[in-house]
Structure formats: C-alpha cells, structure tokens
Design a binder for this molecule. Structure first.
Ligand code: SAH
Ligand code: SF4
Length: 340
C-alpha cells in the first residue's frame, strides 16, 4: 500500500496520523525490526503474515552473481524472481503475473499460459526479498528494479504502478525512478498511459520483428497492436517524456538475424530516440530454435551501428539455472528444489 493510502486508512480507523510513517517504514523493512513486534505477533496470531511471499527454493547460478528465487504466494501460486548482481550494482528482476497471456512462442512464461495477475503487495514483496539478500550477502542496497520477470507488466497496469510507487518512495526502499525499467511486449494502451505518468521510469519494448508478418509469427499480440501503432506509441512516449525508449530484439538463428532484417529494423527506428538491446535467444523447453553464432550477432550489430543507432548486446547471466531472459516459468519441473 502506498504511503498516502496507508495514512488515510489509519486516520479513517481512528489512529493518529503520526503513526503512519513509522508503520510504513517498518513495512518497507527500513525501521527497527522490533518496533512493531507486538503488532506483528498480534497479526500472526490472526493468520496475517507480514510478508506475502515465502521462499520455496533458491537456485544460484554458477556465475556467482545471479540467483533465482522461487517464491510461493498465499494462494499457493508460485513466481520466480531474479537477483542480478554486478560489483556495486544489484538489480531485482520482478514478476508481475503468474504466467503470461501474451503467448510469445520463444518465451517459457508465455508457454505456460496465464494464471493470474499479481497484487501490488506481491510485486513489492519480491523486491524486499531480493533487497534483504543483497543486504545480508553484500552489505549493499538494492538500487535497480526491472519489470522483466514473468508476465506483461502493462497488462497488469494498476498493481504494477502502485508497486512502483511504493518501491520508489524515499521512505521505503527508495529506488530511484530512473533505475526502474518497465519492459513490455508492445501493449499500446499501456505505453500511452505510462507516457502520462509523471514518474520517469525507463521503458523497454520487445520488438523482435520489423514487419507485421515476421513479428506476428513470434508475438501473437502483434495482431492486436500492429507495428504502426506500436511505433507511434513509442514516439509519443519519447516526445512526452523526453526519454529514449529501449528496444529489445531477441536474436533467433535463421528467423530474425540476417542482414536484411537488421536493415529493416534500422529503417523502422530511423529518426527515433532509441537504444537497442540485442538478446541472443536463451533455450526454453517449448521452442526448438537456436541463438545465432557470435559472428552473426556482431554482423547484425554492425549494420545497426552503421545506421547511427546505439546498440548493446545483453550480457548472458543465469542461463545455467534458467534465470535468463524468457526462461522464467513455474512448472512442475521447476519446483524440484535445488537449494532448499
Ligand atoms: N512481458 C514483458 C516483460 C518480460 S521481459 C516483455 O515481454 O517485454 C522478458 C524479455 O526477454 C523480453 O524482452 C522478451 O522478449 C525476452 N525473451 C523472452 N523469451 C526469450 C528467450 N527465450 N531468449 C531471450 N530473450 C527472451
Ligand atoms: Fe509474456 Fe513477455 Fe514472455 Fe511475451 S516475452 S510471453 S509478453 S513474458
């Protein structure tokens, strides 16, 4: 619950407004642990836990920095959340839904289908889970949040925005809005709404195809929000916010990695304020295609660069434990505990 709402709730319940701040800070893990001990015990006796996620397993990657958490929610549904660490820079990759309704063929979350939206509290709780680990293991603060876990954040707009309101509150985890990235499959109404949100979150759009025909084969939702509408929404976002848009392009060998497609992408983005992220395909159970060879990735990048575009290749992290882009899913197979 955002601070203002908590404050209103207390006042409506006859509690003095001065108690709102210590209570909010305690809920956000920032105050003395024991301060609300009696409240916590009182709630626990009535079956209300302080947090609404419980860790089932942790699967650390062999890279030593990435770790995947399988978290169980109060109704037994499960989501995955990833801690991505780099020296001095810790990022939580949060889920916004159990599964996803968008059905992208190359994505493990899309392959599992949609179960339900997460509540704002369930999204916030994932960040707290990761923040507590960062503090315990590295003595550092969580500073970055990416809405790139399971689900389509703009399909669950209000709870996602409410969660970010709380996570960026200086009285709580105090994540800077500039260090929040919202990734979308291209949910046009959501992008237009986000453009009018005063907070300067970064927007990432998953493109993967530069014609409706090619994109539609990978992303079924392209039929609902075709490229012309999507690119217009991206331009509007940049204009209103004065911000660049990040474009994600998952490179799939023989599907969208040739020079012709790179040129079409460059033409599509010409004149726009964008930063392209190339993501070589990560393996998932339900999709047989492969990532391109590194020379092919380089050639693709070169064409985009020569067209004056800013391009980076996303560093592979956590692939060994299925914690990479597009690999998050909570199937029976995933529930086998690796680290209890
Ligand atoms: N639903 C949002 C947020 C999830 S972010 C979105 O799709 O943008 C997950 C990112 O990983 C997206 O850019 C997605 O296109 C990409 N992705 C999905 N499956 C992938 C895979 N198998 N390999 C590499 N990237 C993948
Ligand atoms: Fe959903 Fe994003 Fe996966 Fe597509 S890539 S199925 S939108 S989580």
């Amino acid at each position: 619950m955002p601070y203002e709402e908590l404050s209103r709730l207390l006042v409506a319940g006859g509690v003095n407004r001065v108690h709102a701040l210590p209570l909010f800070r305690w809920l956000q893990g920032e105050a003395e642990r024991d301060f609300f001990g009696p409240v916590e015990r009182w709630l626990a006796a009535r079956g209300v836990p302080k947090t609404n996620v419980e860790r089932v397993t942790e699967t650390p990657s062999g890279d030593g920095w990435t770790s995947k958490f399988l978290l169980r929610l109060a109704d037994g549904a499960e989501v995955e959340t990833v801690l991505m660490g780099y020296p001095g820079r810790f990022t939580a990759c949060l889920s916004t839904q159990v599964g996803c309704a968008m059905g992208c063929v190359f994505c493990a979350t899309g392959q599992m289908g949609f179960s339900r939206h997460l509540t704002a509290g369930e999204i916030v709780a994932q960040a707290h889970h990761v923040a507590a680990e960062v503090k315990a293991r590295h003595g550092e603060k969580l500073r970055n949040v990416v809405m790139m876990g399971m689900g389509e954040p703009l399909h669950n707009y209000d709870p996602t925005m409410q969660a970010l309101e709380t996570l960026t509150d200086p009285r709580g985890l105090s994540i800077s809005p500039a260090r929040v990235t919202i990734s979308t499959v291209g949910h046009v109404p959501g992008i237009l709404k986000l453009a009018r949100n005063p907070k300067k979150y970064s927007l990432a759009v998953s493109l993967h195809g530069a014609t409706d025909e090619e994109r539609g084969k990978l992303i079924p939702m392209n039929r609902k929000w075709p490229l012309s509408e999507l690119m217009a929404a991206c331009r509007e976002y940049s204009e209103i916010k004065g911000q660049e848009v990040f474009i994600a392009w998952t490179l799939i060998s023989g599907v969208n990695d040739d020079e012709k497609q790179a040129r079409r992408l460059a033409a599509l983005l010409s004149g726009m304020s964008v930063h392209i992220n190339l993501i070589p395909l990560n393996p998932t159970e339900g999709y047989g295609e492969q990532a391109p060879e590194s020379q092919k990735v380089e050639a693709f990048r070169k064409i985009l660069r020569e067209s004056g575009l800013i391009v980076t290749v996303r560093q592979k992290r956590g692939i060994d434990v299925g914690a990479g882009c597009g690999q998050l899913a909570t199937t029976k197979r995933e529930r086998q505990p690796s680290v209890a």
